[in-house]
Design a protein around this ligand. Structure first.
Ligand code: AMP
Ligand code: GLY
Length: 432
């Protein structure tokens, strides 16, 4: 808002991650008018809708210029990879999110592995194939566990974690026979890393890196980590099973990657998301993402103390300071409510009841993901992942119990969720 000392903000995206970002931005005394494109049923209760294509750099910068926006925040990967941050920066408007070139750390496996090799960062060894015969020969030569992946974006579905050569060969055949479409025309065979997974989100301005809290996602659709991979069914923060030195090592790895990119002439500013496996030889990188995690953000931001508007502006302005962020000594657990059938076919348009009842519970925040509003203002389902029911409490057990009690207060036809989010954290590392 010109002259008021406040910053008007445009946030791109429509998931639970973006609702959590919006809620935290809205808490800032610096936040002026808030806009979202496209947003969801929960976000439209906090911000105005900008009727623009979030993946068009031209449309986003024109809107930002016309409306006096002082900060554009990019949630998902698609606008980043499309270079929306570059267009907004070129228009002289502050933007949170890496350039299209820097976002290749997520968009291109070959690029990411090259950066990691130059930076001396531990990750799974891999080879890439476009010829099925050569790929089959390599898998037979390995004669043991490996991971077969369709290259490119197959929404997490093109991954086979194979314990035997036969399973691996079946995965190779599925990729080359077109089961994952274009994404399967290049196939990657990767070393199988063993150990629990841990995500670490970090803010960076291209030089300084400020780690946020650790978290752990639950990717499989069904209890007991069975069923197909999804976008994430639940998450908690922090990860209680870390051993001495593991957090410091993950932070060092992320710092090295940012430093390597800078040496390569690429300024990476925004959120760097490291997906790690805690192996017996220490943390190794599974993947990097160029954005906040979804659903990780929904448990990390509610625990963060600090002014998010100030932090995100500092990432773009190269003034990030570790003193801007601190952490409450608490726990957060988030359970994702999905539409029956997800990640396969599901129905939309079901009326959701009980969100206010759930939000009224102490420490509970319900973030919307796939929701919309009808003309009467009722909240309807509009996606596979519908709501992220998050609870923050002084102990892990209280956070988990409250999140599940809040889930019980919400109803819609086809409501489906995992019942074992956080169980692994309670059992401990030796019983994973
Ligand atoms: P991705 O789509 O590459 O994120 O992989 C999806 C899931 O497959 C990951 O979250 C892991 O659980 C598993 N995965 C992928 N690559 C590996 C690997 N090299 N070793 C062990 N598990 C893996
Ligand atoms: N939680 C997985 C992701 O954001 O990619």
């Amino acid at each position: 808002m010109a002259g008021s000392g406040k910053t008007d903000i445009l946030l791109l995206g429509s998931g639970g991650r973006e609702h959590a970002l919006l809620a935290k931005l809205a808490e800032s005394p610096q936040a002026g008018r808030l806009w979202v494109a496209p947003g969801n049923g929960g976000m439209w209760q906090l911000a105005q809708r900008a009727d623009i294509d979030p993946e068009s750099g031209g449309a986003v910068s024109a809107f930002a210029r016309e409306h006096g926006i002082g900060l554009v925040v990019i949630g998902p990967e698609a606008p980043l990879v499309a270079g929306v941050a570059d267009a907004v920066r070129a228009a002289g408007i502050p933007v949170f999110g890496p350039s299209g070139e820097a976002a290749r750390i997520e968009g291109s496996k070959g690029f990411a592995k090259g950066v990691m090799a130059r930076a001396g960062v531990p990750t799974a060894s891999y080879r890439s194939f476009t010829d099925e015969g050569a790929c089959v020969a390599y898998v037979r030569e390995l004669a043991g566990p490996c991971v077969v992946k369709a290259d490119g974006l197959a929404a997490g579905k093109g991954v086979v974690v194979a314990q035997t050569t036969e399973e691996a060969l079946a995965g190779v055949h599925a990729c080359f026979s077109g089961a994952f479409g274009e994404a399967g025309s290049t196939v990657i065979v990767e070393e199988l890393l063993e150990g629990p997974e841990c995500s670490l989100l970090a803010l960076t301005d291209g030089t300084a890196l400020v780690p946020l809290a650790t978290s752990q996602d639950h990717k499989r659709a069904l209890d007991g980590d069975r069923g197909p991979n999804t976008g994430g069914m639940g998450v908690y923060s922090p990860v209680p099973i870390l051993r001495d030195g593991e957090l410091e090592r993950m932070v060092e790895i992320e710092q090295r990657v940012v430093d390597q990119l800078r040496e390569d002439g690429i300024n990476y500013s925004g959120c760097l998301y490291g997906g790690f496996i805690l192996t017996k030889d220490g943390p190794k990188v599974l993947e990097f993402n160029a954005r906040f995690g979804d659903p990780e953000t929904q448990v990390v931001l509610p625990r963060m103390r600090g002014d998010l508007v100030e932090c995100l502006l500092a990432c773009d302005g190269a003034t990030l300071d570790p003193a801007m962020v601190s952490w409450a000594d608490d726990w957060a657990v988030s359970v994702v409510l999905t539409s029956a059938g997800y990640p396969g076919h599901y129905e939309r348009g079901k009326v959701i009841c009980g969100i206010d009842d759930a939000n009224a519970m102490e420490g509970v925040i319900v973030y919307h993901a796939g929701t919309t509003l009808d003309d009467g203002g009722r909240v309807l389902t509009a996606g596979g992942r519908v709501l992220d029911v998050t609870a923050v409490a002084a102990t892990f057990e209280d956070a988990r119990n409250r999140a599940y009690e809040a889930c019980d207060r919400i109803s819609f036809e086809g409501k489906t969720y995992r019942h074992d989010i956080g169980i692994k954290a309670i059992r401990g590392r030796d019983r994973l």
